[in-house]
Design a protein around this ligand. Structure first.
Ligand code: ADE
Length: 236
């Protein structure tokens, strides 16, 4: 069995996923921590125009993505990780909202398949069919309460949130423990405290004295207070 986590993305705009070659994710792939496949849905169509959508049953505005090319595309990527449990992520504003906890859970999945819908979404029978298959889990995920042109940008967001948590991806894993939404108090998840670096004074603004004190207990206390203040402000 392969040791890398595998990510397969199905889209009608493969070029949209070009940023996956950059920075943290690009390096993780080069290091063999992850494997990424980007697949053009239109390769699974049989008509001259490469049609991937059709009018909705029941009427209404817009077009719906047809199940047949999706079924073929998903079946073909299953073959790329045949021994794994497959988790199909369907990107939709109607899905459950992405959280840090969910990103952390998804690091455990060995084979994630991202279905980037466009138009009015993908015929729901695609989700229903794979949800009933053995060795499959289906999740519909939204990255926020707004409507994007398609699932590609949402895929980039979710993949980045997952991949930076994988062992070996971030140089100093201790930094993961201190960041927003991971930092815990007895009151639950907090956003991160504010950070400062050199110079000590910039445009008349100084670094708080406590951070220069070398007193680790006081620094930790100040940071916790600041994180609580910021979190409360967001909730107001
Ligand atoms: N597709 C369109 N809008 C989206 C959103 N907010 N999240 C995930 N996928 C989407």
């Amino acid at each position: 069995m392969n040791s890398a986590n595998r990510f397969d993305i199905i889209t009608i705009f493969p070029d949209y996923l070009a940023p996956l070659k950059l920075s943290l994710i690009g390096k993780a792939e080069a290091a063999g921590i992850i494997e990424i496949g980007i697949h053009d849905l239109r390769e699974q169509t049989s008509d001259l125009h490469g049609s991937v959508d059709d009018t909705p049953y029941g009427g209404g505005a817009g077009m719906v993505m047809s199940p047949e090319p999706w079924g073929k595309a998903i079946d073909s990527v299953i073959e790329l990780a045949p021994d794994e449990l497959h988790e199909l992520i369907v990107l939709t504003p109607a899905g459950e909202k992405l959280t840090q906890e969910m990103a952390s859970e998804l690091t455990k999945s060995r084979h994630l398949i991202f279905a980037c819908g466009r138009y009015e979404g993908i015929d729901i029978r695609v989700s229903d069919f794979y949800a009933s298959e053995k060795n499959f889990k289906v999740r519909e995920i939204s990255i926020g309460d707004y409507v994007l042109g398609g699932g590609e940008v949402a895929t980039l967001v979710i993949m980045e949130a997952i991949i930076r948590l994988l062992p070996g991806v971030i140089g100093n894993p201790a930094s993961l423990d201190e960041e927003s939404h991971t930092l815990k108090s007895t009151r639950g998840a907090l956003v991160e405290y504010p950070s400062y670096t050199k110079p000590q004074e910039w445009r008349g603004l100084s670094v708080p004295n406590v951070l220069l004190s070398g007193n680790h207990g006081e620094i930790a206390k100040w940071r916790m207070q600041q994180a609580l203040i910021r979190t409360k402000k967001l909730a107001d």
